[in-house]
Design a binder for this molecule. Structure first.
Ligand SMILES: Cc1ncc(COP(=O)(O)O)c(C=O)c1O
Length: 489
């Protein structure tokens, strides 16, 4: 039997959107549809019966019944015998989603907005030069350090301790990036078909990694408009679903940029502890506080059992391919074994580079954040000027804007944008359980000369979407320079 969305919860979600003109059934149907499209009522959830919803929404049973019927006609509800009305998301044409984001293979001059990774900050070349000098001392050894170089494990442990989670080097495992760290952790923590809670929206490749580890995904819709982790709903889901683990991104969540407050960390921690759920905390964006604001303590400080993944990819450079896991001592042996089933470690040179970067982290990060902040602000300015009805909440950190489209489909927008040499990741990529086609993620990592071309090209693509011209066939209208647009078959 699919999990039930309680009537009070459904009412909370739709009531703010019920006001307006037109018949009440149509307003209720539209409010429910938006909530489904937003991913806040995830695919597979059972709506309360018509009778149960009437009281909480203050509408007659006939009205609720008509609204449900309307949603069935539109393809957002399926009636399954014995299971009531179950949420589903209609298939979007061209919207196949495999949750594997990878840099797009693009022609020169094209803009890749599928990836949130900027070029390396100043200081990397110097760190490589210093690391190359250090390397000599390692050359007579085997070069195998399956848990990581001791000197790097020490630096990573110190950084955790400084951030409020006391850590010793023997709790750190160096990995080839945060995604590998998450994979290592999950393989150790779960058996095939175990349930794992995942925020929706979330980082697409993590969904694929979870599925690869055999997890059954239990979506937890966070309020990605108001940046709230919805702790009561989390507690209900954890209790109803019997999840073993939870994959969470509390620090400038990808794609929304949401930051979990210290109070919510305490609440979330309590729920997870009470139900014995192990959080796999992905902290990759944690050093990207773009306003220089103080950060809350790591979520792991609230759950002794937590496993925390981190990475140099977002703080420094993706090309290092170095990340880490921080685990409770009691779990270190199983994590080290899980890692050995995957690979035998990370290159020595890159680990030494990261040691030097961490030694100068404060200076390097100051400049890195300033650079990202400028890019964020210039993208926001251009969006507000040229696409003012796209709604964006300014993220205080991270590397992307999460934009709500006023209408239409981000899948169609991504298809249209390819005609203007822009690669986009449409909203459904980030949905753990369908929906989110009304949303688009826009990273602000490109260098300024490319970033300034983003919005003009998006404007053209958006015009095509609104005119129904996003289908992927010939597009012959002139581009902004008056030339013929590229034609992509
Ligand atoms: C939340 C999150 N986790 C993990 C990754 C991948 O990190 P890494 O390059 O360290 O594997 C990304 C990259 O975008 C990310 O946003």
């Amino acid at each position: 039997m699919p999990a039930l969305a309680p009537a009070s919860r459904v009412a909370d979600l739709v009531l703010p959107a019920l006001a307006g003109d037109g018949p009440a059934y149509a307003r209720l149907a539209e409010a429910l549809r938006r909530t489904i499209v937003d991913g806040r009522l995830p695919q597979g959830v059972r709506l309360p019966s018509e009778r149960d919803l009437t009281g909480p929404v203050g509408l007659s049973r006939t009205t609720v019944t008509r609204a449900y019927a309307e949603l069935r006609t539109q393809g957002y509800l399926a009636t399954r015998r014995g299971s009531g009305s179950v949420v589903q998301v209609p298939r979007v044409p061209g919207g196949r989603v495999d949750h594997l984001l990878t840099p797009a293979a693009l022609d020169e001059g094209a803009l890749d907005l599928t990836i949130t990774a900027p070029g390396a900050p100043a200081g990397i070349a110097d760190a490589y030069a210093r690391a190359a000098e250090d390397l000599g001392a390692y050359l007579c050894g085997t070069g195998y350090y399956p848990s990581g170089l001791p000197v790097l494990r020490e630096r990573i442990a110190d950084r955790f301790t400084t951030r409020g989670l006391a850590t010793t080097p023997d709790q750190v495992l160096v990995t080839p990036g945060a995604l590998a760290a998450v994979a290592i952790a999950l393989r150790a923590l779960i058996q095939r078909r175990d349930r794992v809670l995942v925020e929706t929206p979330t980082y697409p490749n993590a969904i694929a990694t979870l599925e690869g580890a055999g997890a059954r995904i239990v979506p937890h819709p966070i309020d990605h408009v108001d940046h709230d982790w919805e702790v009561d709903a989390l507690a209900r889901t954890v209790q109803q679903s019997g999840v073993r683990a939870a994959y969470l991104i509390p620090d400038f969540h990808n794609p929304t940029g949401a930051l979990m407050s210290s109070a919510q960390r305490g609440d979330v921690g309590r729920v997870l502890r009470r139900h014995g759920v192990v959080p796999v905390v992905d902290e990759s964006p944690a050093e990207l506080a773009l306003e220089g604001q103080p950060m809350p303590e790591p979520l792991g400080a609230h759950v002794p059992d937590a496993v925390t993944a981190g990475s140099a990819s977002k703080s420094f450079w993706g090309g290092l391919r170095v990340g880490w896991l921080r685990v409770p001592r009691s779990r270190m042996e199983e994590m080290a074994a899980s890692r050995l089933r995957l690979d035998l470690g990370v290159p020595v040179l890159e680990q030494l580079v990261l040691v030097h970067l961490l030694d100068r982290a404060d200076d390097i990060l100051l400049e890195h954040r300033a650079r990202l902040r400028e890019r964020r602000d210039s993208l926001l300015l251009a969006l507000r000027a040229h696409l003012p009805d796209w709604q964006v909440r300014v993220p205080a950190g991270g590397m992307s804007l999460w934009c709500r489209l006023p209408e239409g489909s981000s899948t169609a927008l991504a298809a249209a944008a390819r005609h203007y040499d822009v690669a986009l990741a449409a909203g459904p990529n980030f949905a753990a359980a369908g929906g989110l086609d009304g949303w688009i993620r826009l990273p602000f990592v490109l260098p300024p000369e490319q970033l300034e071309q983003v919005v003009p090209r998006l404007v053209l693509a958006w015009e095509d979407v609104l005119a129904g011209r996003s289908g992927g066939g010939r597009v012959d209208a002139p581009d902004r320079g008056g030339r013929q647009r590229r034609i992509i078959a």
